[in-house]
Design a protein around this ligand. Structure first.
Ligand SMILES: Nc1ncnc2c1ncn2[C@@H]1O[C@H](COP(=O)(O)OP(=O)(O)OP(=O)(O)O)[C@@H](O)[C@H]1O
Length: 354
């Protein structure tokens, strides 16, 4: 602190010719394209710049590619991509808990059978023994997180509720001060009181240290008061610009609505209207009169096969058996057939009326 005050009195610091210090952007990506299988593109020509002290909500339809992007941002995915620029906190190499990156995502999820190893967060140990060395190294921050999240360090992990276990995970993942925190639907288990305290704490971290958060969610209960930016991962696999909410016209227009049109949760309204727009503009699923909006969208989503099937298949086993795969594939094939029939009917009725 004293060091800083001394510095500001230094006349050289006040010299007008000195260039301002270059700020390291938390995220700077240009023209990123990514494919899981080398054929179908999962992300196309993505540009993404996140400024310091930004709280970005990342939204998009199921299967659009949000988690994929977040896994790229945190180094979980590092193959199969090309880009012109790829910098996270100024570095090309990224990883969770490295170079100021914290990833609150689902990679440590609970396993489904006893043959697949154990989950560290369900072991019979008290919370204070989880990553005990780290907890000592960052004791002050640990105690702050304990207060904010309402954690009892004597909770035994195998007896915790889902929300309690999630709180311990949050505490451990956030022990190290971050510059970029990437959250993939991680706060959904927290009750609304805990969630509010947690997001207020994130705001404080961003304000005090110029850190940033990219938060992917489908739940918008706090988004309007918390977020500074929004970005849409679109159906055509491209990312929209990272819009500043204070100057983003569609959002500001929603805020102005009153009377019966008033939006009680403006972010929810924004996302709903944006998704409708994308389904109209970027797919051939819409009849002019918006017929069967929900049916058509849900059916289209049903054609996506389950996300974690890929991990299962990659792990593989001797038989190649994957739970539920056949049903899902038959279902998807069935849906595709029905979709084609409906499309044919629509086209033929259009050509009859012309
Ligand atoms: N490991 C993988 N291998 C191959 N394809 C994958 C893999 N993981 C995801 N995908 C596919 O990539 C696409 C994007 O998936 P992703 O999980 O990024 O979507 P999302 O926007 O996060 O969706 P949601 O809102 O449902 O979480 C989907 O079509 C999915 O099936």
């Amino acid at each position: 602190m004293i060091e800083e005050e001394k510095k500001s009195e230094d006349p050289v610091d006040l010299a007008p010719t000195r260039a301002p210090p270059k700020r390291t952007l938390p995220v700077e990506i240009r023209n990123l394209t990514f494919s899981y299988d080398g054929e179908k593109k999962n992300i196309v020509d993505l540009n993404c710049v996140v400024e310091p002290n930004s709280k970005v909500i990342l939204v998009g339809a199921n299967g659009a590619g949000k988690s994929t992007l977040l896994r790229i941002l945190t180094g979980q995915i590092f193959m199969g991509m090309t880009s012109e620029t790829f910098l996270v906190n100024g570095k090309k190499q990224v990883n969770d808990q490295f170079n100021g990156v914290a990833y609150l995502g689902g990679t440590w999820k609970r396993r489904r059978t006893g043959f697949e190893g154990m989950c560290p967060y369900t072991m019979d140990v008290p919370a204070h023994e989880m990553m005990a060395k780290w907890q000592q190294d960052f004791k002050e921050r640990r105690d702050e997180l304990v207060r904010v999240l309402g954690i009892n360090l004597n909770w035994r992990m195998h007896e915790c509720s889902d929300g309690q276990r999630k709180k311990v995970r949050l505490m451990i993942k956030l022990l190290r001060p971050f510059q970029l925190c990437v959250i993939d639907e991680f706060a959904a288990d927290l009750d609304i009181f805990s969630r509010k305290r947690f997001f207020d704490w994130l705001s404080k971290e961003c304000g005090e240290r110029g850190a940033s958060v990219v938060y992917c969610t489908h739940i918008f209960d706090q988004a309007d008061e918390w977020a500074t930016h929004v970005a849409f991962m679109q159906l055509n696999k491209t990312l929209s610009p990272v819009h500043r909410l204070a100057t983003y016209e569609p959002y500001q227009n929603i805020l102005k609505r009153s009377g019966k049109d008033r939006a009680y949760c403006p972010m929810y309204t924004l996302v709903l209207e944006e998704l409708e727009r994308q389904y109209k503009e970027q797919t051939d699923l819409f009849a002019e009169d918006n017929r069967c909006l929900a049916d058509v969208i849900m059916e289209q989503q049903g054609q996506e096969l389950g996300g974690d099937r890929h991990e299962q298949e990659a792990e593989g086993d001797q038989t190649g058996w994957v739970s539920g795969r056949l049903t899902r594939q038959l279902n998807a094939a069935d849906n595709e057939e029905k979709r084609q029939e409906r499309k044919d009917r629509r086209l033929s009725s259009q050509s009859n009326t012309e």
